[in-house]
Design a protein around this ligand. Sequence first.
Ligand SMILES: Cc1ncc(COP(=O)(O)O)c(C=O)c1O
Length: 149
Amino acid sequence: MEAKLKALYGVRHAFGCSSGTAAVHIALGALAIEPGREVITSAITDMGSLTGVLYQLLIPRFADIEAFVEMGRRHGIPVIEDCAQAHHTMWKGRLVGTFAAVLTDRNDIEERIRLFIDTCCFRDGRKRNPYFLAPNYQMTEMQGAVANA
Ligand SMILES: Cc1ncc(COP(=O)(O)O)c(C=O)c1O
């Protein structure tokens, strides 16, 4: 499924996870944003957009998102697209979103995404060292099978 998503969206990295709520939380956790910083989000959304913000001790602020996406891109502020419910949707000629997955082109946070999904546990033979708090947001086999079908 992850290989299919990479090809479909043309991104370097794709990670399945357990839910849309988890996907937003993982993206925030992988960016390792300091507690107390502000996250600008839409007022019209699902609670899943906010849960990760609050768990990471960040402060949600509500605003018109389109203006902030542009500003974020110009000033190097990370932009997380919460595309739950928008699988395979086009916006301004671009494909957005997927379900329960985190997509990125950034090599610098790829490992932290992987660790945030999986209890900060190395699976490549390195000694266990859970050096930050990370939940278990792995996609189940059943979810993966359905997504792949
Ligand atoms: C925009 C948005 N973000 C996050 C979520 C949460 O997704 P999940 O229910 O898979 O945790 C939803 C669910 O409806 C959503 O619409």
